[in-house]
Design a protein around this ligand. Sequence first.
Ligand SMILES: [Zn+2]
Length: 456
Amino acid sequence: MDTSIRTLFRYRELRKTTINTYGLVYHWQGSNPDLKPLLLTAHQDVVPVEPLTVDTWLYPPFSGTWDGKWIWGRGSCDDKPGLIGSLTAIEKLLEKGFKPQRTIVLAFGIDEERGGIVGGTGIRDYLLSAYGPNAFALLIDEGGTLEAHSDGVIATPAVAEKGHFDLRMSISTPGGHSSVPPEHTSIGILAALIAELEANPFTPHLYRNEPYFTALQCQALVDPEMDDELRDLIGKARYSDKALADLEERLFRNPLSRALAGTTQATDIVHGGVKTNALPENAFAIVNHRIAGHSSVSTVKTHIAAVLLPIVKKFNLSLDAFGESLNGELSQKTSGHLKLSDAWGTALEPAPVTPWLKNPAYDLLAGTILNVVKTSARWNNPDIPVIVAPGTMTGNTDTRYYWNLTQNIFRYGHVSRFDKYNGAHTVNEAILADAFIDLIRFFTIVILNADESKIL
Ligand SMILES: [Zn+2]
């Protein structure tokens, strides 16, 4: 039998459902219907390759070249590992004649890189109607990584995902000829509003019950690069409020720590004006926010309105803040109007946090990661210390739509940043083939462990 026919034969053992044409859901029926299915998700789409950068790729970006060490191509780091890794694990299990007790479901989105608005929502609706709410034992999607140090390995499956809010600030003022201008044009006022937001960022905080704090405790145990003073501070912060405040002061000099512990803001788009002899009647800016787990969309909106109100008054503007007029009665004619709104109507609350203490699903995942590292040919060291710590995603994945499918959502790819040649979403995207093999082992072992587990 030639390979293609054999593959087709194996493929038929799974039931395929297409969602919105290209979205894929595969169902592999288990023999025990009492066990909640395992759900593995990934996305098929990739970001584009900027045509001007094609010449700077060492291998053509859609060639999938394996040079003996690296596998090159757009998507090799995001999210072909999750897609091809899980499918290869399934292929191998089929080839070995494995018959699952626990049903396995694979779901592959098509537009994660633009927010999953067709694929993610379609897959959610299908899975909810076909399986019901909270029907899955656990879900694994892309996200958290593993870090290898000389003294051990620390893996951080993400149990939390920050929220998202894009603020649109639209300002309108009377137009006219530039030869007799007012003191401030709409663009000048917009600049003042942006400057005020940047002068009043959200204050990040460490909370002892949040995953980032636990992750710091774990990191202090295994990271040899951490200096002893910081290690000491992290330990003391468990019970001393003074140490917690000192730790915040020290950590928040680093933008990544601030992003993990707090709500961030970034002015990413600004638009206004068409000609140098015409006053701009309209100008707008869009400010991206990633919302911390302890915050919410409404807290962010309230903060923005409060920060901007003095500027609104200073420039004598009328204000529509998310549908509400907040600056009271204006006694005189206003010099313009400011509208604050959700730029694309895509505000997203922070995801519910997957429990990591006394949660069998977390224990199963953590045990799997330990096993995969300790049996890996890459380290060849069954005694290597491995720590699994709860991680936080600063970005979003298709799991934003999957909250009602299971309480046990984990965002994790068993790959470290050193296994990526140049990272995702850029030129020369490549993954180390040995790391990819370990990722396939991860998927295989998590399927086998979930199949045998009595704890889920
Ligand atoms: Zn991705």
